[in-house]
Every structure is written in C-alpha cells, then in structure tokens.
Design a protein around this ligand. Structure first.
Ligand code: HEC
Length: 333
C-alpha cells in the first residue's frame, strides 16, 4: 500500500514539474519511475519473441540440424574425441609423499645418505646419465673429504691443452673439473639407448613434477604391465612415468652396490640414497638457505617487535594528549 502511494506521489510530482512547483527532491525521484515505465513498454515485444515456443522450437531444430549435418559431413564432432582420449595413465601415477630427512623447515640433508647416493650414482646411473653441473670440488665437505675427492678425480682422464706444441693432451682430473659424462654427445647417448636420451641428472629433481617423490617412485615402481596393456619392444612398464612406458629398465636390485658404512643395500635404500644425492645436486644451497632463512626470520622478527615498541613509545604522548577548549568566561554577565 505504501509503495503504491509513493509511486502515485512521484507521478503527481512529475506532472507538477512543468509548473515548477515540485521540490528538487521529488523531481529527482521521478526520473527512475519514468525511465522504468518507458523501457518496459519498449521491451515487451522483444521479450515475447525470446519466450515464445515457436522461437525455442526452431532454435532447437536448427541446432539439431547443424549437428546432424556436421556429423554427416565429417563423421565425428570436434572436441568430443579429445575428451575421450584423456587417460589418467597419460599423466603418470601420482607419487606418494615420502618423509624425506630434509623435508622440515629446520632439517638439513642427510649427508651420510648423500655419500651413499653418490656411490649409487657412480656405480649404476653414471653409465648412462651425466651430471654436468657438479664439479668434483662441490663434493668436498658435503659427502667426502678433500683428499677423497682428489683421489676420485685423479682416477679420471681429462683432455686439456693445447700445450706448447699446440696439441691437446690427457691429464688426471683435479678438483675444478666437472664430473665426466658417459657419452660425448646426445647422438651417441641416443644411439646406445634405443633412441631415448638419458637426461642429465643435475637438476632432475627440480625438473620433474613431484621432485624427489617422483624419482624415488620411478626407480622403485617397475612392475609387469597390467592385463591389456601392451608395452613396445625395448620399453618397460612403469606406472609413474607419464604414458607408462619408459626406455630405462629397472636398474636397482637388492645388493648390487656394497656400501662402505655397512648399510644394507636394498632397492628402496639405494633409491632413497641416490634421490637424496640428486636432490643435493639440484639444490646444493639447501642447507645454507635454511640456516640463513632461520637467522633472517629471527633477526627480522626481533627488529619488527623493536620497531613496534619504539613506534608506540614515540607516539604515546601524541596519542595520549587531551585537547581541551576552555571557553572564555563572560565576566560582564
Ligand atoms: C642403461 C642406461 C641407464 C642407466 C644405467 C640409468 N638410466 Fe635413467 N634413463 C635412461 C634412459 C634411456 C632414460 C630416458 C627414458 C625415456 O625417455 O623413456 C632415462 C631416464 C631417467 C629419468 C627421467 C625420467 C623422466 O621423467 O623423464 C630419471 C630420473 C632417471 N633416468 C634416473 C636414473 C637413476 C637415478 C639411475 C641410477 C639408479 C639411472 N637413471 C640409471 C637410461 C639409464
């Protein structure tokens, strides 16, 4: 009732506007009322066109006809085929999350594990995979002592030169040399591995979705293909590898490595150690980074607290002051 009344009042106000007797307020209010009435009148015909059954029926017929005509011409509908090709196996099985020793915010790498992992890399993986970004000197103080690393480097021959006669010569490795690669170039690597390229492992932990969890799962995840899955000659079934068929065969079997520290070399132990080693290779700054991170958090939070205190201290006279107005006393009264 109220609203009706007010609309009526607005209309009267609008009519009265011509005579300029209406107030400013009612003139402003009359505008929306008039707009609404004009727009509803003009859209009535278009609304009936959209809502009418004939329009709906002809649109549906048109859509069905277009689809029928398209399938008649081309056999399939676009996009639908791609929807059906989607297969979880194409993305690889998602690896579980493992409790790595270095996972927590205060945890460092397990350096005994890095040392064992280096041994697994050298004795197993280095036959096919390079580790281009790691130099011998990087191992010093991480997994081995200087003397150990020097001795290991000297066992490898490096080409150096040219000498005074302009010839290249061979010399034993030194700390500054990078770890030797198994193949001279990519073509040689592919030729020896049935066309597949064993990737450089320096950054593999960072380069794969799932990181350390993925590589561990990959190394320990080999199994017989499930019924109905055909794996091409030369490939191996591994559910964690995207697509399921990987050119690298299973390499880690219990006892293929003999650890110096007496740790039993089971498949999972070796996989864990080599992944820990590769994780270090991908993030050599990891331990330092966490140490500096903790220092930064402690120092910065202390400084923050200090600055909050100083701010409150300096502002307290300003915040606590009281401004009083004492009106002049009228003494004549
Ligand atoms: C006999 C040669 C050979 C050895 C030994 C070998 N690999 Fe491989 N590796 C390959 C080949 C070939 C590929 C490429 C596979 C492909 O693309 O299908 C590969 C791929 C990989 C990949 C990448 C998988 C991906 O997601 O692309 C990782 C990680 C890996 N190997 C780790 C290792 C580790 C760790 C070892 C040592 C325990 C090792 N490999 C030993 C041949 C080898």
């Amino acid at each position: 009732m109220l609203s009706r009344l007010s609309v009526g009042a607005f209309k009267t106000a609008a009519n009265l506007r011509a005579s300029r007797s209406s107030s400013l307020l009612s003139a402003a209010r009359s505008a929306p009322v008039r707009l609404a009435s004009t727009s509803s009148a003009s859209s009535a015909s278009s609304e009936s066109l959209v809502n009418s059954r004939a329009t709906l029926a002809s649109l549906s017929l048109f859509t069905a006809g277009t689809i029928a005509w398209y399938t008649h011409l081309y056999g399939t509908l676009p996009f639908l085929g791609e929807v059906h090709a989607g297969n979880l196996g194409d993305d690889g099985l998602h690896p579980p999350q493992y409790p790595w020793p270095h996972k927590g915010p205060f945890d460092t790498f397990d350096h005994a594990s890095i040392r064992r992992g280096y041994q697994v890399y050298r004795e197993v993986c280095a036959a096919c995979h390079s580790l281009n970004r790691i130099a011998w000197r990087n191992l010093v103080g991480v997994s081995h002592t200087v003397d150990e690393v020097k001795a290991m480097a000297e066992q490898v021959e490096y080409t150096d030169g040219p000498n005074d006669q302009g010839e290249m010569y061979q010399r034993p490795g030194k700390l500054a040399d990078y770890l030797p690669a198994p193949y001279p170039n990519e073509e040689a690597a592919r030729a020896s591995n049935g066309g597949a390229l064993p990737p450089d492992l320096s950054l593999i932990i960072k380069a794969r979705h799932g990181g350390a969890d993925y590589v561990f799962s990959l190394l320990t995840g080999y199994m017989d293909p499930p019924a109905g899955v055909e794996v091409r000659e030369g490939l191996n079934y591994n559910p964690y590898f995207p697509g399921g068929a990987i050119a690298m065969a299973r390499l880690l079997f219990d006892g293929i490595v003999e650890y110096d520290d007496g740790t039993p070399a089971t498949t999972s132990q070796m996989a864990k150690d080599v992944v820990e080693f590769l994780n270090w290779a991908a993030e050599p700054e990891h331990d330092e980074r966490k140490k500096y991170g903790i220092k930064a958090v402690i120092i910065l939070s202390a400084l923050t607290l200090l600055s909050v205190y100083v701010k409150r201290f300096k502002w307290s006279p300003v915040k606590n002051r009281k401004i009083l107005y004492s009106p002049p006393v009228d003494k004549t009264h």
